[in-house]
Design a protein around this ligand. Sequence first.
Ligand code: CP
Ligand code: NVA
Length: 302
Amino acid sequence: MRHFLTLKEFSKEEILEIINLAIKIKAETKQGELKPYLKNKTLGMIFEKSSTRTRVSFEVGIYQLGGVGLFLSNKDIQLGRGEPVSDTARVISRMVDMVMIRTFSQSMIEEFAKYSKVPVINGLTDEFHPIQLLADYMTMIEHKKDKNPIVAYVGDGNNMTHSWAILASKLGFELRVATPNGYEIDSELLKNLDLSNIKISNNPKEAVANADVVTTDTWISMGQEDEKEKRIKDFEGFIVDNSLMNLAKKDAIFLHCLPAYRGKEVSEEIIEGAKSVVFDEAENRLHAQKGLMVWLDSKRNN
Ligand code: CP
Ligand code: NVA
């Protein structure tokens, strides 16, 4: 049995297997074929933070695969009133076939996985957002037809950045990360990875020069609302706008995991412009996670 917790625990071959499965299931879905790969299976979905895309894509995804999803908000389940994670994991995993969790600390998910009898999927933590990267990579290869593009990430060194770094390390494409001073990625979270193809700086222009893919994320992640004013000041000069995007290759694409804050990390003209593929990227959350769930289930049966 396998869990999907950080992407670090996956090989390049396994990541590509999941992506290829997602591409196949997407094609089938587009032809109107909803094959019941997970007939009568149940997915528990624990949410301790808000979500639009993750919730809808998992719930619709499991349904399209022939199963059913249970939305479990921590406002409604006993976990939110202090029931131990270890008990919650042992109870829920005796009843469902897979669990997805969106929470604050990575250690909560790791603990849940330790006690779970079924695969656990990280649906975002403060440290990582690995499922988003499956959709992002899928979108990148659909639009770029190039499996080795240069990717520039401009903005906060956050959960998205860590997951980009892990994906780049696994797949070998060049990743350039430009964050403001004091907002760099946490290298502790990336220890033991080969980071030789990852360039870290505080210079957005240098990062974006000649890139194939430009991406960013909110400057204020969930849980950081109190730092909003300070962050907006500290991130001055890190907006992805026309003048920055023009430094990338002419046919570069713009990715953003969404939700996006126009006028902060990205300008209106970029997110609504011809280079933006953010809604294809959002749709690919559905397809990528269907691939992931079918893959995890197949490992469970082996
Ligand atoms: N990108 C993403 O995970 O979106 P949600 O927060 O809406 O799930
Ligand atoms: N970095 C953001 C991603 C939202 C999908 C956050 O954690 O809020």
